[in-house]
Design a protein around this ligand. Structure first.
Ligand SMILES: *Cc1c(COP(=O)(O)O)cnc(C)c1O
Length: 387
């Protein structure tokens, strides 16, 4: 179908929730995507999802083999891929137990339920508030939208879920001001992705964790975007030297298939009991097999190459005068510019490079194994657009 026809049918049959770029993608291979014959370098990896690029051979083999063996069972029965993946994640993160969901928002929903039940079991009914940060993003469901600390997200769908308090990032006094004897958890991203690639200050994070610990308030780290090697360590929290009570992840975990995970520590591992939570698709064997092929490759040696690539990119970006600053961690980078970021993304696309935006920053989330040649070519295009 040519793009005009495709656009017309998309408009006719698909809900109008996405303001898409004027591009149809028919094929992908590694860090390249194709629109028919036309080729693009991919600096977005499907919003940090395709960890090893598109249609990565090892990943395709893993999911194909699993699809030919056992495609789905529901959670009424035991399966190997789910247990294998859970064990690997727990060992990587030094956590105790995993709950599998199908997306980031669902993982955060689970974390919110876990925190509330932890507090309910221990303190009773009235201790349910969760503090989140302004400018955060935690998802699109009613609870995770409510958790998201952006006023622009809190319209149309009233009433939102009660029990969220918003504090300023990098300001411990702001946290203490909204905390009370009703507070059961503090939830945050270490690098705010959708909020503009803002890296949290390590001192603030340490203060938050100390304050939480002293008051038996749980810490929930949302690693939906930052996790699975994206920031140069398996999870970003590892670079902060903290031990969260709950970690959520999704995006890059599945390498291109939908899966989310909630990791729980000694404090939270037994909060859920039979019937208190569940998911029909959760721990789908094909998604788990894909995730295993991703997780297995994210060892220390590989993670070092993520940081190497990041340093290389940041160094090269310094030569582009119009980029005023670069924020981020690992291969999650935000470029501060004076011109309209969306317009820059459109012009990059026209020249053969896909980039993302976050607020008015250009956001780069390339596959973790993108080649240096592709990096060079992509930055060349970006430099041309920002000339
Ligand atoms: C993308 C994202 C989510 C939502 O994930 P979905 O899979 O779209 O539901 C939640 N939190 C963060 C930090 C994200 O980046």
């Amino acid at each position: 179908m040519n793009i005009d026809k495709l656009k017309e049918k998309d408009k006719q049959y698909i809900a109008n929730t996405y303001n898409r770029f004027d591009l149809s993608i028919s094929k992908g291979a590694g860090s390249k995507v194709f629109d028919g014959e036309k080729k693009y370098i991919d600096f977005g990896s499907g919003i940090a999802v395709s960890t090893f690029g598109l249609c990565d051979r090892e990943w395709v083999e893993a999911i194909t083999k699993q699809a030919n063996t056992l495609s789905h069972t529901s959670n009424l029965y035991y399966t190997n891929p789910s247990v294998d993946l859970a064990e690997k994640l727990c060992k990587k993160a030094s956590m105790q137990k995993v709950f599998f969901s199908n997306s980031g928002a669902e993982a955060n929903e689970t974390a919110i339920k876990c925190a509330r039940k932890y507090s309910y079991d221990k303190y009773g009914d009235d201790r349910y508030e969760i503090i989140t940060l302004k400018n955060s993003f935690h998802g699109r469901t009613m609870a995770t939208l409510s958790a998201t600390g952006q006023d622009s997200m809190h319209k149309y769908f009233n009433p939102f879920l009660d029990g969220f308090k918003y504090a300023d990032a990098n300001d411990i006094e702001s946290i203490k001001k909204v905390a009370s004897d009703k507070t059961c958890a503090i939830m945050f991203e270490l690098v705010q992705g959708e909020g503009g690639v803002n890296v949290l200050d390590p001192k603030f994070v340490a203060e938050v964790c100390a304050f939480a610990k002293a008051n038996d308030i749980l810490t929930i780290v949302d690693e939906v975007q930052t996790g699975n090697g994206r920031c140069g360590s398996y999870f970003a929290y590892m670079q902060y030297g903290i031990k969260p009570d709950i970690v959520t992840t999704a995006k890059g975990l599945g390498g291109g298939l939908p899966i989310g995970a909630v990791l729980m520590n000694e404090k939270t591992e037994n909060v859920f009991d039979f019937g208190s939570h569940g998911s029909t698709f959760g721990a789908n064997p094909i998604c788990c097999a894909g995730a295993i092929s991703v997780v297995d490759r994210l060892d220390e040696k590989f993670l070092k190459t993520v940081t190497d690539r990041s340093n290389y990119i940041v160094q090269k970006l310094k030569n582009i005068e119009k980029i005023k600053s670069v924020s981020g961690l690992g291969l999650m980078l935000g470029l501060e510019i004076d011109v309209n970021a969306k317009q820059v993304a459109i012009e990059c696309m026209e020249k053969g490079l896909l980039v993302l935006t976050a607020k008015n920053k250009v956001r780069l989330l390339p596959a973790l194994n993108i080649s240096y040649q592709e990096i060079d070519k992509g930055i060349e295009i970006l430099a041309e657009v920002l000339k």
